[in-house]
Write a protein that binds this ligand. Structure first.
Ligand code: UD1
Length: 336
């Protein structure tokens, strides 16, 4: 029996595939490489000694997805595949809704037709919206401020409704906080196309000399030093959370939303200084206006994951910066 990983060549997907293989699971990847590179497969093989089966296909191509379920013995799906750039989603709402929502609908139809009813979904802390107090708890109301965020909210609803209709489903909605860092080997890591939107890849590219200066979006928030506070989590800790979620889903039915975060907040300037320590030199930055749609603080109440999955993050901010720097130093032009 195998685990199907959609978007398994991406940042979180590839780290999860490595941990699944190392835990002895058989893995099948489906990816269209829209925001990842085939080289990731070579890297996964280098780390684990095993090359996962790959289907290069789009979730919108239902016959191609059906073929995977016909050819492979899939017992559960981890669903990462989706567009994820907030700003781009505002410019291209139809593309985002179609790709993320229709892709998920196609995937679930194919799963149902082939009797596979266990899914772990890659959701986001973005579903807590602008109005909940921190720390965010799973029972809080969800909302969004942009099409990307709405796709996460809507897919959570769609998957929950699947269980209402058919109690054989097992649905786990993993709400990630801010995954950063890279595998210890430096062989896989975050490799964004173009200019990064997220803080850590941006800092890394300034540190390596590819970008001149970090803009810190706002220094007048009600936080420790006025800059935005987030719950950064090491991508390997996050990957290990998926292993626990899969094991849970194999022995349970139902719907559970579960935060994957550390429960601790770190400000933009704190993480910048931690990265300076990791790379051994100072990093150029300037204070810029606030970014539309940002909140002051976002961090998890991580207790449900501990109680339900016996999972908690163990890696520190220093580990995240050290492994992130190791990856970009070894792959200054990304995965070639
Ligand atoms: C962003 C998305 C969120 C998505 C998550 C993961 C927005 C508003 N939110 O979260 O929906 O789930 O990425 O992909 O885009 N910052 C700077 N300078 C930069 C970049 C970021 O100061 O060049 C600051 C931000 O203002 C924020 C912090 O760094 O305080 C983290 O930003 P980012 O990495 O983009 O993550 P989120 O905004 O938390």
């Amino acid at each position: 029996m195998a685990i199907l990983v959609t978007g398994g060549a991406g940042f979180i997907g590839s780290h999860t595939v490595v941990e699944l293989i190392q835990a002895g699971k058989e893995v099948v990847i489906v990816d269209n490489f829209s925001n990842s590179k085939p080289e990731v497969l070579n890297r996964i093989e280098k780390i684990t000694g095993i090359r996962p089966i790959l289907y290069q296909a789009d979730l919108l191509d239902k016959p191609a997805i059906d073929k995977i379920f016909e050819e492979q013995n899939i017992e559960a799906v981890i669903h990462f595949a989706g567009f994820k750039a907030v700003g781009e989603s505002v410019q291209k709402p139809l593309e985002y809704y179609h790709n993320n929502i229709t892709g998920t609908l196609m995937l679930c139809q194919s799963m149902r037709e082939h009797g596979c009813k266990k899914i772990v979904f890659s959701s986001s802390a973005t579903v807590y919206g602008m109005n909940n107090p921190v720390p965010f708890k799973e029972g809080m109301p969800t909302s969004a401020t942009n099409p990307y965020g709405y796709t996460k909210v809507m897919i959570e609803q769609i998957l929950s409704d699947l269980y209402v209709a058919d109690k054989e489903w097992s649905v786990i909605l993993l709400r990630y906080f801010n995954p950063i860092g890279a595998h210890e080997s430096g062989l896989i890591g975050e490799d964004p196309n173009g200019i990064p939107n997220n803080l850590l890849p941006y800092i890394a590219q300034v540190a390596i000399g590819k970008l001149p200066c970090l803009s810190v979006f706002g220094d007048d928030y009600d936080t420790v030093d006025g800059t935005g506070v987030r719950d950064y989590i090491h991508v390997v800790d996050l990957a290990l959370g998926h292993l626990k979620a899969i094991d849970y889903s194999l022995s349970h039915t139902g719907v559970e939303a579960i935060n994957l975060g550390t429960g601790n907040g770190t400000s933009v300037l704190q993480i910048l200084h931690a990265f300076e320590k990791a790379c051994g030199h100072s990093i150029n930055y300037k204070i810029a206006p606030r970014r539309a749609g940002d909140i002051a603080s976002c961090y998890a109440d991580a207790s449900k994951a501990k109680e339900m999955l016996d999972w908690e993050a163990t890696r520190t901010i220093e580990d995240m910066c050290r492994t992130g720097w190791n990856f970009i130093s070894k792959n200054p032009n990304g995965l070639e």
